[in-house]
Structure formats: C-alpha cells, structure tokens
Write a protein that binds this ligand. Structure first.
Ligand code: CDV
Length: 314
C-alpha cells in the first residue's frame, strides 16, 4: 500500500453569530470539492468550525448555548457534508462543540474534533485537553475568551490507524504544549491534524500580539520536527464579529519545514502531497525514542502540574 497521499487544510474565514449552520456546511462542502479536484484523500477543517467562535461571549442563556453545540454527529445539518465526503471518497476532520450525556445522566460539553474516513464513518473522536481562557465573566477584557466556562477538558491524546498511517488530532491551544505531540509521538503518530481559532489580541499579555504568527508556526514546526511527523494547522481566520484572528494555516513536514501555507484570511484550501515513510528519517535517527529517550529523567513531567521548588541534586 502506498504511503504517499495528498492532504488538504480547509481554512475558513469568519462565521457570523447568526450564520445558519447549513450555510457553513455549504462552505465546507465547497472546500471538500476543491480538495477532491486536487486529488486529496483527507481534508482538515478548523476548531469549532460550524459556528462563530462563541467563547468570545460569556452567557448563561441555555437556549443560545444549546444552539452552539451538537447533540449528535452527523446531525441533520451536517449530514450533507458526510454524504458528499463519502460520495467523493474523501476523509476529513471537523471541530465542533459536543454536548453529551453520560450513563449517570450528567451533561458534558467538550471542544471536540472528529476524524471521518473516506466512507463517511467517524473513526476517531478527540476532546480538547488544554482548555485556555477563563470560566467567569472578565470585565477587563475587550472581548471574552470563556472556553473554561463552556468546556470541560478531555483527558487523553489518542491516535488512529487511518489513511494508511497513524493519525492524531489536537485542538488550538494544545498545539503550544510539547506534551501534546510527544504523547502522540509515543503512539507512533505520523500525521497530526490541528484546528485553531487564535485572536490576534491576547488580553493577558498584549505584547505577545505581534508574535502570534511567529508563535503559531514555531510550536507546530517544533512539534513536527521533534517527533518526526507531519503537522497540519488549520485556522478559522479573519475578522469575525469584530475580532481579528490569525489565519496562516500550514502543512509542515517532519523536517520542520513548511510545505504549504495559506495566503488569505478567508476560505482557502491548501494542499500537499506527503510521504508518510519520510517520517522514519527523523523517527529512526535524531529522534529515535527507543535509543535516546530517558523517561526516568522526565519523572517531573507527570508528577508535577505547575513548577515547584528545585529538587536536591547530589
Ligand atoms: N482557541 C484557542 O485555544 N485559542 C488560544 C488563545 C486563547 C491563545 C490559542 O492558543 O490560540
């Protein structure tokens, strides 16, 4: 089986607060059809890509909150996307707000991403682990980032055997954390698909604003290189409800090099033909985990959450 595949990142421009999901699904289908025309077998779509980035508002109005979340997937509104993808034989990832009820009848909300195979079947579900922002209304901000009000965190990074390789998923803020890539790398990840919404204005420390683009590529290029895998970062960019968000979606090689990058802040498909076997040049040399990793020296990674006092060294 060939390990060469053409993949795409389907970047989205802004989605208005009152934009019907069916309109967004039409935009996703248009990107899917462009991807098919360019020979893609898989397209990554952004984080929370069925709605506006709603955590910029803090609300407890359950009617509106419920409209931002999906109780089932595919839902009646997203089914046309699944049907068209299956007809074209293209897989995709999709980020959305997941509302679910557990066996005890307790409701949970996650910032979720799914991996759908070329037959339109969901083969992987990932729930965002690193949930940024704040849980309470913050009057000091020009707009909110209330992800911690809307979502509880997921509890693991998984990978799936799909598209002839080992595919992992992460969501937005996850891409800034080295553990994200390494935990998937330790499961053999060859391709990691990451959707994001990144406002250019970062309220806790605005001096980081001009560095958003640099930091975006810095972390994904490092994650790809240090784990010998491809990384796809796909944005919902542009000015959405008055808030400007980073675009610059990219496909990155295990060498850490950018293979493709979006040039607009709107709906745009970028593609690359990748060879999953190329991962081995990094996985079997500089980053040969078996040979060179020293887990005992990394003990604090799982023992500590925040930084603590220096340990005694003899
Ligand atoms: N959607 C996100 O997770 N956004 C964050 C913001 C808060 C910085 C990000 O890491 O891009």
């Amino acid at each position: 089986m060939t390990r060469t595949l053409t993949i795409g990142a389907g970047q989205l421009g802004p989605i208005a607060r009152d934009e019907p999901k069916s309109d967004v699904v039409e935009r996703l289908i248009s990107l899917l059809e462009q991807a098919h025309a360019r020979g893609c077998v898989l397209v990554a779509f952004p984080e929370l890509c069925l709605t506006t980035f709603f955590p910029r508002w803090y609300t407890t109005a359950s009617e509106e909150i419920d409209r931002w979340f999906e109780r089932e997937m595919p839902s009646p509104e997203t089914k046309p996307l699944f049907d068209e993808a299956a007809r074209l034989g293209i897989g995709f990832t999709l980020g959305y707000g997941e509302l679910t009820t557990d066996d005890e009848g307790v409701t949970h909300r996650y910032n979720t991403q799914i991996l759908v195979d070329s037959a339109g079947v969901i083969v992987g579900r990932y729930r965002k682990v690193h949930v940024p922002g704040h849980a309470e209304y913050d009057p000091s901000r020009p707009f909110q980032h209330a992800e911690r009000h809307y979502f509880e965190p997921g509890d693991r990074f998984g990978v799936w055997r799909a598209f002839g390789g080992i595919v992992g998923m992460a969501t937005c803020n996850d891409r800034r954390w080295p553990e994200t890539y390494r935990v998937m790398g330790l499961q053999g990840a060859e391709l990691i698909l990451i959707g994001y919404n990144t406002p250019l204005y970062y309220a806790p420390d605005p001096q980081q604003n001009p560095l958003q683009s640099f930091h975006n590529h810095l972390v994904m290029q490092a994650g790809a290189y240090q784990n010998g895998c491809y990384v796809v970062g796909v944005a919902k960019g542009g000015t959405e409800e008055g808030v400007e968000s980073l675009a610059q979606s990219a496909i990155i090689a295990p060498s850490g090099q950018l293979i493709a990058q979006a040039i607009t802040t709107g709906d745009e498909l970028i593609t690359a033909t990748i060879d999953l076997d190329y991962c081995k040049f990094y996985k079997e040399t500089l980053f040969n985990y078996d040979l060179y990793r020293v887990p005992a020296a990394y003990r604090l990674i799982t023992e500590r959450r925040g930084a603590g006092a220096p340990e005694e060294m003899s």
